[in-house]
Design a protein around this ligand. Structure first.
Ligand code: SAM
Ligand code: SF4
Length: 477
């Protein structure tokens, strides 16, 4: 079902990166003048939305660290606040406007405070215009395509003392070598591709993140080795549709091979990936998961709807039968494999009958977890022009029915785990002592010593409540 016709992506020339490093040094000088020689600069970078955005946020922090910034999560302590925004649903945008509004009193009290907005929401001209008109406290706005030029844009803001807006239309580039400040912990994300060419009719991503483009395998593998050497225990490969990785790359490496190679990087870590579009999910990929012990036996495969009529209107290019066949094949090849999916409720023109088919699919597949969303109209998408006669209350009723069904399934899964022992990556503390996740992302709390944080341990589940699992350590891994 794959259609791979993407041309080779434009890679940002290394000279451009060197130029940006020079701009970062000039920023550091002007920031010292603005805040004082002895002032310890602090930045707050908040990324809304998906893991791709969080990963971009780590690059923005890398660039800020080069300018001499440390980091804070308290707006009142920050000298620079940067919100890396999300445009996928309207409520994400509403949240950003609310949070930016709240910054006006900080800016009034400290006019030297720098406030910037970037990311998917800012890539839309109508949003950038609204910020220009109605949010004078914002100094700098730039879209997703201008992320590599952040030092240059900040320098312009500092030099001119005027507001800077940069929203460029572009197919997107690949920028290697931007410094990354990874969030400390046990998990790291690793983008393998950017953008999307699928144009699902409800989705704004192709409009704000540009055309699909894959990083070169050697760059991905180099970064995977760095992450493993730094001691991270989980690597998540990121892309809007990782299954179409490699389109347009000269050596033609495809996702299953890349996944295998990442899992062959020396070290004890798990490998995950997201998202995986069902139309491009091949048996070869499922076989690779089965054969690579480091790849988690957990597949995140967003189905969006259980109705073929709606899938067609969504431009998803697969059927429910195709999806169920994939699930059946994976269950045959990978004993114990679990699935997570995304579902949209109330897509334009969806009927009660369509919704019931979604509910039926959820009951049949018995997902480990669901991400459910009420359809949100996005400007510029094909679905925004479709008739949407179903009242909000009806959509909310369907949404609650879906949550109830999944709650019941989740509780049944949890009860079935009691008495079983799982490999768990211990990632923090809990009221019981420690907490960790299984490879299918179930959270288990258990008593234990803090020295286990960051380690794999074998934990037997001894109790299951509706939302919690508790266990005891059976052995270090
Ligand atoms: N590329 C991924 C895929 O195809 O599965 C998903 C990326 S999207 C950022 C994450 C999820 O947001 C989608 O799977 C979809 O369920 C949801 N989503 C996207 N656009 C939406 C919209 N307009 N309204 C509601 N949910 C939406
Ligand atoms: Fe959006 Fe579809 Fe692309 Fe996923 S595959 S990012 S849902 S257009």
């Amino acid at each position: 079902m794959s259609q791979n016709n993407t041309a080779a992506a434009r890679v940002l020339p290394p000279e451009e990166l060197i130029k940006q490093q020079e701009f970062a040094r000039e920023c550091a000088e002007l920031l010292r003048q603005r805040f004082g020689e002895d002032h310890a600069l602090l930045a707050l970078v908040h990324s809304y939305g998906c893991q791709q955005n969080t990963s971009d946020g780590e690059k923005l922090m890398g660039m800020l660290a080069e300018m001499g910034f440390g980091f804070t999560e308290t707006p009142a302590d920050a000298d620079l606040i940067l919100y890396n925004t999300c445009a996928v649903r309207e409520n994400a945008e509403v949240k950003v406007f609310g949070n930016v509004g709240e910054l006006s009193h900080l800016k009034k009290a400290r006019p030297e405070l720098l406030i910037g907005l970037c990311g998917c929401m800012m890539q839309q001209a109508h949003i950038a215009d609204k910020i220009k008109r109605s949010y004078p406290q914002v100094d700098l706005v730039f879209g997703t395509h201008s992320l590599p030029q952040f030092p240059e844009l900040l320098l312009e803001t500092l030099r001119r003392g005027k507001r800077v807006f940069r929203v460029e239309d572009s197919a997107g580039v690949i920028a290697e070598g931007i410094p990354v400040r990874r969030t400390p912990g046990v998990k790291a994300s690793l983008p393998i591709m950017y953008g999307c060419d699928n144009f699902c009719t409800y989705c704004v991503v192709p409009l704000v993140r540009g055309r699909e483009r894959s990083r070169r395998p050697e760059d991905v593998l180099k970064e995977a080795r760095e992450i493993a050497d730094a001691g991270f225990k989980e690597i998540t490969l990121l892309g809007q549709n990782v299954n179409s990785y490699g389109s347009g790359l000269p050596d033609g490496m495809r996702f299953p091979e890349l996944l295998r190679k990442v899992s062959e990087v020396p070290g004890d870590f798990w490998v995950r990936f997201l998202s995986s579009h069902p139309k491009d999910c091949t048996k070869e990929l499922i076989d690779t998961i089965a054969e690579c012990p480091k790849v988690c036996n957990h597949i995140y495969l967003p189905v969006q709807s259980g109705s073929n009529r709606i899938l067609k209107r969504m431009n998803r290019h697969y059927t429910v039968e195709w999806y169920k066949e994939l699930i059946a094949y994976a269950r045959e090849r990978i004993p114990g494999v679990m699935f997570t999916t995304d579902l949209i409720v109330g897509f334009p023109g969806e009927t009660e009958e369509d919704f019931m088919q979604t509910l039926k699919l959820v009951e049949e597949v018995r997902f480990a977890s669901l991400f459910t969303f009420i359809y949100s109209k996005r400007e510029g998408t094909a679905a925004a022009k479709m008739d949407d006669p179903v009242p909000k209350e009806e959509k909310s009723r369907w949404f609650s029915m879906l949550l109830d069904a999944q709650r019941k399934i989740g509780a049944e899964h949890y009860r079935g785990y009691v008495g079983k022992t799982f490999r768990v990556l211990c990632d923090g503390r809990s009221p019981l002592g420690l907490t960790g996740r299984t490879e299918f992302n179930a959270v288990i709390d258990f008593p234990g010593d803090a020295s286990l944080i960051g380690q794999f341990v074998q934990v037997e589940v001894v109790r299951a409540d509706k939302h919690n699992l508790s266990g005891v350590v059976r052995s270090a891994d």
